[in-house]
Design a binder for this molecule. Structure first.
Ligand SMILES: NC(=O)c1ccc[n+]([C@@H]2O[C@H](COP(=O)([O-])OP(=O)(O)OC[C@H]3O[C@@H](n4cnc5c(N)ncnc54)[C@H](O)[C@@H]3O)[C@@H](O)[C@H]2O)c1
Length: 320
């Protein structure tokens, strides 16, 4: 994600990308040309004239970068999940409240035209108030190896659906989940969860780190709403294009989320980052509150707890 954000920011007319920071010097090959790579966070945050940062480290390292940036009064866009633990999220909310800067959470689907259309269909009554929400994704096996021990499947992948479900139906009051451990040391590689919302709505989540690395799809997702008046479905596998070539296939190039065409990053990532950059100038509202991002992490943690204990877990409503 750091490579994509950096590539987009380097080309944006709304900002100047003055540096990238990564503890691994290997990141130099992922940094846009002529942009310096620093391996020391404090040195990076001390860059003269710095106004804003985008945090895209693994989730268990978000807090350190957010803490340093907010202490300097910077504007911060932090990748989802806000953090790997609820305790880290709480500290971030406190730091944000006492900073002259502003922290916002990057939940891409809040800028995705498919999910914006879905929310409109719910809100304007054609689908109407949800009765049932179903979300699933199959994420790359390679991600499980790379992220092992830093974040759970529910927090890394499930959090996308959890955020959309809370957006459409409000607070989640109870979860029950079962998981499958392929590698017992890194937590479940697949889980199925049922959710109960405070409003009475029910939900289901199914996620796995099971997408074969050679499949031609980097990841896929599906999302369904049964409403009072109608139903709606998003098929994240459909990208409007399938390519067969002498190299094999089919492959399904991304056309929506972060398509890279002619060296330019477009799609939802570009829309989200541009909204953030314009917000640095004019303070425009962000589509979700920090407590929404915290509640999504809390729900993911409850799923992990339910898998570990075998019993349902109650959730508190998001603090006002
Ligand atoms: N919105 C989406 O759809 C989406 C998709 C993928 C990842 N993400 C999120 O983006 C973030 C990064 O994920 P990724 O897949 O790009 O991870 P990654 O492992 O590919 O990259 C993380 C980078 O951070 C560097 N790093 C690790 N610890 C650091 C630290 N303390 N300070 C500075 N650099 C550090 C690593 O060297 C690595 O280059 C995560 O929060 C992830 O959940 C979002």
């Amino acid at each position: 994600m750091g490579r994509l954000h950096a590539q987009h920011l380097a080309a944006s007319p709304f900002a100047e990308l003055v540096g990238c920071c990564d503890t691994s010097p290997d990141a130099a090959e992922r940094v846009p040309r002529e942009v310096p790579l620093l391996v020391d966070l404090e040195e990076a945050l001390a860059t003269p004239g710095l106004e804003a940062v985008v945090v895209c480290t693994p989730p268990d390292a978000h807090l350190e970068a957010v803490r340093g940036a907010l202490a300097r009064g910077l504007e911060v866009l932090c990748e989802k999940p806000l953090a790997a633990t609820v305790a880290d999220c709480r500290e971030m909310l406190e730091l944000d409240a006492s900073s002259t800067g502003r922290l916002v959470a990057a939940h891409l689907r809040r800028f995705d035209p498919r999910f914006l259309a879905l929310a409109a269909e719910v809100g304007e009554g054609r689908v109407g108030a949800p009765l049932q929400l179903v979300g699933s994704s199959i994420c790359p096996r390679e991600d499980a190896e790379r992220l092992a021990g830093t974040v759970s499947l529910a927090c890394e992948c499930g959090v996308h659906d959890i955020d959309v479900m809370r957006w459409l139906a409000g607070d989640i009051s109870m979860v029950y989940a079962e998981g499958v451990d392929v590698h017992p040391t890194r937590g479940p590689d697949a889980f199925a969860a049922t959710l109960r919302f405070a409003s009475g709505v029910v939900g289901a989540l199914q996620h796995s780190w099971a997408m074969p690395d050679e499949s031609g799809l980097d990841w896929e997702f599906r999302f369904h709403v049964s409403g009072m008046n109608g139903i709606a479905d998003i098929d994240g596998r459909s990208r409007g294009i399938a390519v067969l070539s002498p190299e094999g296939g089919p492959i399904y190039p991304d056309t929506v989320t972060w398509p890279v065409v002619g060296g330019q990053v477009g799609g939802v990532v570009a829309a989200q980052d541009t909204h953030f950059l314009l917000g640095v100038r004019d303070g425009r509202p962000w589509p979700l509150e920090l407590r929404d991002a915290e509640s999504a992490v809390a729900c993911a943690a409850a799923i992990d707890q339910s898998i570990a204990t075998g019993v349902p877990v109650q959730l508190q409503p998001a603090a006002a």
